[in-house]
Design a protein around this ligand. Structure first.
Ligand SMILES: Nc1ncnc2c1ncn2[C@@H]1O[C@H](COP(=O)(O)OP(=O)(O)O)[C@@H](O)[C@H]1O
Length: 173
């Protein structure tokens, strides 16, 4: 079944601005914002709590099952800090947000991350782990790597995604 509207995936290390960016794009386009982190918690799509990293151990199969119908129809903007376990066909655009490590460090510190989690997340960003994951999982043509250091960056990222969305919708109709 062909999607009626495109789906967008916004990925990147924690703190790069996924949720803020997604909320703004959702407001401007009417796409449904799907925050996987909250879903994992509220629908218990996990296999327990990881004390070391203070996070849930996500059950990827359960997440995909829970999203299947909605993503097949289309019209969603999905926010998650990992992107290699979703079916490739779900997404028409994959945005990878990137933030300079000193800025990211400050954001995660403000969020109250412990030293271990903070260092590992900043290292993940430096090593471009999510970027690599995105290029390994999706066609290069649909992956967009966007800087997310400043408010101006965010505005520009929202603007270009909204423009892309309108263009795709125009082609579908
Ligand atoms: N491009 C940006 N410029 C300035 N502040 C930003 C930017 N992106 C995110 N932030 C701020 O950083 C914090 C983390 O953003 P958030 O959207 O929660 O990130 P994520 O969902 O990727 O973890 C928030 O306080 C947000 O306002």
């Amino acid at each position: 079944m062909a999607k009626q509207r495109p789906n967008v995936l916004v990925t990147g290390s924690p703190g790069t601005g996924k949720s803020t960016t997604c909320e703004q794009i959702a407001e401007a386009t009417g796409l449904t914002y799907v925050d996987i982190g909250s879903m994992v918690k509220s629908q218990e799509l996990h296999s327990g709590w990881d004390d070391e990293y203070s996070c849930y151990i996500i059950d990827e199969d359960k997440v995909c099952d829970a999203l299947e119908d909605q993503l097949n129809v289309g019209g969603n903007i999905v926010d998650f800090h990992s992107c290699d376990f979703f079916p490739e066909r779900w997404f028409d655009l994959v945005i990878v947000l990137q933030t300079d490590n000193t800025i990211l460090y400050d954001r995660l510190e403000k969020r109250g991350y412990g030293q271990k989690k903070l260092t590992e997340n900043v290292e993940c960003e430096i090593m471009q782990v999510i970027l690599q994951e995105a290029f390994d999982s999706y066609r290069e043509e649909i992956v967009q790597v966007l800087p997310s250091n400043t408010v101006e960056d965010m505005e520009s990222n929202v603007e270009r995604t909204v423009a892309w969305y309108k263009q795709v919708l125009g082609q579908l109709r």
